[in-house]
Design a binder for this molecule. Structure first.
Ligand SMILES: *[C@@H]1O[C@H](CO)[C@@H](O)[C@H](O)[C@H]1NC(C)=O
Ligand SMILES: *[C@@H]1O[C@H](CO)[C@@H](O)[C@H](O)[C@H]1NC(C)=O
Length: 302
């Protein structure tokens, strides 16, 4: 009789918790950041991902990052603006969001992955448990063959500006893609002048707080699209890149100086089994719902 009462009480307790929070007590919220030319909420891209997560984990809270006042402005901000201010704004959004105060899992799509990594490294609160990078460019890109999903004219324009002077300060301060442009023929210029990627990769000097904050992750999940025609080189999705001075030989994360000298703490993350490398047979961000449920939701979000 006593145990029975205890169970009933427990049941009420759980019902209370569930109703009180409006979410399943054990599901950490999820934050998404979209890629270039995309927005927080298009029904054919991140809107669909948000729904898929919500349908798979009923009651979970999913927040898709938006910069600007509407979806159009959000798309614009994925091309134009000051990248470090954008990261700072997102930090403020996340700090202010009551739902996230106990932490969240972060999923970045394409360039949204390196931007979210900057959030993790610069803004440790609220804390991130698992960081999932889908086709992110963690060592940058050298080429933008098909830029974005929305506007050809914008892409041609950006390509021209980048060719004109990617490491000029005015270009760095105004074009998001320039800030993760990694020219293997100008490695020193890149390290000196890239206001974003070289900074978050601790290329100029070592910011110890970036290392410390990355070490708080339970898992860093790097997903590469094997047949990617958008990210050059696609090894950047797993922290690989061209060896300096040419564009035919690739070095992997483990072969890179960043890793060997452990400038960012990635060696330590890897040695403790927390970097997970996944590959998808397909073009950039081409994956099926089943793949996403089996490999991302069920493994990292439950
Ligand atoms: C390291 O990064 C943090 C977070 O962005 C920043 O506040 C701090 O000034 C940086 N430290 C150095 C030495 O630049
Ligand atoms: C992707 O590329 C591999 C070889 O690198 C090939 O075997 C496979 O068929 C390609 N998949 C798709 C979907 O094109």
């Amino acid at each position: 009789m006593f145990t029975m009462r205890k169970h009933v009480l427990l049941l009420y307790f759980f019902l209370y918790i569930t109703q009180f929070n409006g979410v399943r007590a054990d599901s950490l919220p999820v934050v998404l950041w979209h890629g270039m030319g995309d927005s927080c909420c298009f029904s054919f891209s991140l809107g669909a991902i948000k729904k898929l997560i919500e349908n798979t984990i009923p009651g979970i809270y999913v927040y898709s990052i938006r910069l600007g006042n509407n979806e159009i402005e959000d798309v614009e901000h994925s091309y134009f603006g000051k990248v470090n201010e954008q990261v700072q704004k997102v930090c403020q959004q996340l700090i202010k969001n009551e739902h996230l105060k106990n932490g969240y899992n972060a999923i970045g799509f394409s360039q949204g992955a390196q931007l979210l990594r900057a959030v993790i490294q610069r803004c440790p609160n609220p804390p991130v448990k698992n960081f999932i990078s889908l086709g992110g460019q963690h060592q940058g890109v050298f080429g933008l063959p098909h830029c974005g999903i929305s506007n050809r004219i914008i892409c041609d324009y950006i390509n021209r500006v980048i060719k004109y002077g990617v490491y000029l300060n005015t270009v760095q301060e105004n074009f998001i893609q320039a800030t993760y442009w990694h020219d293997p023929y100008q490695e020193e210029e890149y390290k000196k002048k890239s206001i974003f990627l070289a900074d978050i990769n601790n290329e100029r000097y070592i910011n110890e707080s970036y290392k410390e904050n990355l070490q708080k992750l339970h898992a860093m999940v790097l997903v590469k699209f094997i047949n990617d025609t958008i990210v050059w080189p696609s090894e950047s999705e797993l922290f690989g890149f061209y060896k300096t001075g040419q564009t035919s030989l690739i070095e992997t994360l483990e072969q890179s100086e960043l890793y060997r000298k452990d400038r960012l703490g990635l060696k330590k993350l890897h040695d403790t089994g927390r970097i997970h490398f996944l590959s998808v047979d397909g073009d950039h961000l081409h994956f099926t719902e089943d793949w996403f449920v089996d490999n991302i939701i069920n493994k990292y979000l439950l």
